[in-house]
Write a protein that binds this ligand. Structure first.
Ligand code: ADP
Length: 276
C-alpha cells in the first residue's frame, strides 16, 4: 500500500507546523521520518492517519484520497501515537480484544489478537495488567494494538522513546520484522534508529522537507569528505610528510594496507540540514 502526500500544510495560529510538504512512500518501504523536536513529524502523522485535518494539501492511500473514504482507510492503517497512550487498568489481551472489535467482526477477534500477540512477542505478558508491564512491553502492547486489525501500513510515532538500550534493539528488530510484510513509516530524532531500521529517510525541519533519499545516498561520500590512507612503513621517516607520502607508493615499494574514504555520517548530515 502506497502513501502519497501532496502539498500538505498545517497551521497552529501563525505557526506553520507543516509547511507545504510532499512525498511518496511505496508499498513495502520502511521509511524514517527524521527531524528535531517540533519539526512537524507528529503533526504530519496525525494528518495521514486522519486524526486531525490539514489546512491544505491531500493525502492518498493507495491512490484514494483520505477525505473521500477515511473509515475504509483506517482499516488499512495502524497507528502508534506519540507517548503510546494505553489503558493501564486493562489486561493486555482484554485491551487488544477491545481494540480489535472496533475494526473486525466478532468471530475474527480471537484469531487477530493471537496473531498480534505472536507478532510482537508478548507471550505470557498478554495476561498481565498493562500498568504492570515494563516500558518495553508496554511499547509492544501499543504496537500490537496498532496492528491487531492487520493493516498494510504501520505509522509509528517515536516508537523507541523512553526505552533502555536493550529494549530499543528489541523494538527495532520487531519493526524490521514487521517491515518485511508492511509499509512502515516511523518517526524518530535518533539518526542511528533510521540507519538501523529504514531503507529511506525523509528529513524534516521547521515544517519543511530538507532531504528525502535512501540511507545509502544520504551517506554517500562527498567531495568535501576526508580520505584516510594507512601505509605499512618500512622504517622511520622524518621530514616533509606530504612529499614522503607522494613518493611512498611509487618509489618505496610499500604495500598499502588500507585506503579508507570516510563515509558521510548521517548524524552530521542531519545537523547540517536541521540547524539552519
Ligand atoms: P515533532 O513531532 O517533529 O516533534 P510536532 O508535529 O509535534 O513536531 O510539532 C510541530 C510544531 O507544531 C511545533 O512547533 C509544535 O509546538 C506545534 N504544535 C503541535 N501540536 C500543536 C497543537 N495542538 N497546538 C499548537 N501547536 C502545536
Amino acid at each position: 500500500m502506497s502513501v502519497k502526500v501532496e502539498n500538505l500544510t498545517k497551521l497552529y495560529g501563525e505557526n506553520k507546523a507543516v509547511d507545504n510538504i510532499s512525498f511518496n512512500i511505496n508499498s513495502g518501504e520502511v521509511v524514517g521520518f527524521l527531524g528535531p523536536n517540533g519539526a512537524g513529524k507528529s503533526t504530519t502523522m496525525k494528518i495521514i492517519t486522519g486524526c486531525i485535518a490539514s489546512d491544505s494539501g491531500e493525502v492518498f492511500i493507495n491512490g484514494v484520497n483520505i477525505k473521500d473514504d477515511m473509515n475504509a482507510l483506517k482499516k488499512t492503517i495502524g497507528y502508534l501515537p506519540e507517548n503510546n497512550p494505553l489503558y493501564l487498568n486493562m489486561y493486555v489481551k482484554e485491551y487488544l480484544e477491545y481494540s480489535a472489535q472496533m475494526y473486525l467482526q466478532k468471530n475474527e477477534v480471537k484469531k487477530a489478537v493471537e496473531a498480534a500477540v505472536e507478532a510482537v512477542g508478548l507471550g505470557e505478558h498478554q495476561f498481565k495488567k498493562i500498568g504492570e508491564l515494563s516500558k518495553g512491553y508496554k511499547q509492544r502492547t501499543g504496537i500490537a494494538r496498532a496492528m491487531v486489525h492487520n493493516p498494510s501500513i504501520l505509522i509509528l510515532d517515536e516508537p523507541t522513546t523512553g526505552l533502555d538500550p536493550n529494549q530499543i534493539v528489541e523494538i527495532r528488530n520487531l519493526i524490521k520484522e514487521l517491515g518485511k510484510e508492511k509499509t512502515v513509516i516511523l518517526s524518530t530524532h535518533i539518526m542511528q534508529e533510521a540507519e538501523a531500521v529504514c531503507d529511506r529517510a525523509i528529513i524534516i525541519n521547521k515544517g519543511k522537507i530538507v532531504a528525502d533519499d535512501t540511507l545509502k545516498n544520504l551517506k554517500a561520500p562527498k567531495s568535501s569528505d576526508s580520505i584516510t590512507v594507512e601505509f605499512s612503513l618500512g622504517g622511520n621517516y622524518d621530514g616533509n610528510f606530504d612529499e614522503m607520502i607522494r613518493a611512498f607508493a611509487e618509489k618505496e615499494g610499500l604495500s598499502v594496507l588500507s585506503i579508507t574514504k570516510s563515509k558521510g555520517n548521517l548524524e552530521n548530515i542531519f545537523r547540517e540540514l536541521t540547524q539552519k
